[in-house]
Design a protein around this ligand. Structure first.
Ligand SMILES: O=c1[nH]c(=O)n([C@H]2C[C@H](O)[C@@H](COP(=O)(O)O)O2)cc1CO
Length: 145
């Protein structure tokens, strides 16, 4: 019998401030080594254009909330401010014993909200380059081995 994969919810800006999709893709690729990323479309605009254009906002909300309830861990890239990511992190902050990693680029235009960087149940990490993304994720995912 095969073991059930860890379900990972990845968050990143879509309608919010312009995102660095290269960094999002590195995060999703790294996370995929540890489990199943339910929200891959966030990192790939071509994929989300195809998927989300067939859905209205209510359907997007219901699908994402359902994925959130199925997930065991959340990883949010918070460099680019986004209401949606803030909302998802709000869900995560209210769920007991739910592991959440927030990643933010060191050199950035916007300061991360204190409610995110200061949330006691989140692990908040800043990175400078892709190698640091890989290292931070490897360290964070150790707890699920
Ligand atoms: O089309 C969408 N699909 C979708 O999955 N989301 C979710 C996933 C992202 O982590 C987050 C982005 O929110 P926003 O669009 O406010 O930047 O919301 C958000 C949108 C558009 O708001």
């Amino acid at each position: 019998m095969s073991e059930k994969k860890l379900a990972i919810y990845f968050c990143g800006s879509m309608r919010g401030v312009n995102a660095n999709h290269q960094n999002y893709q590195t995060i999703v690729q790294e996370l995929s080594k540890y489990g199943e990323v339910l929200t891959t479309h966030v990192a790939y605009p071509e994929m989300s254009n195809q998927l989300e254009h067939k859905m209205n906002d209510k359907e997007i909300y219901e699908r994402d909330y359902s994925w959130f309830t199925q997930s065991q861990v959340m990883v949010a890239e918070v460099t680019a401010p986004s209401h949606g990511v803030g909302m998802e992190l709000g869900w995560a902050s209210l769920r007991q014993n739910f592991k959440t990693l927030c990643l933010s680029q060191k050199e950035k235009e916007f300061k991360t909200s204190g409610l995110i960087a200061g949330c006691p149940t989140f692990e908040y990490k800043e990175y400078q380059n892709q190698q640091e993304i890989v290292a931070i994720i490897a360290e964070f995912m150790k707890q699920f081995n």
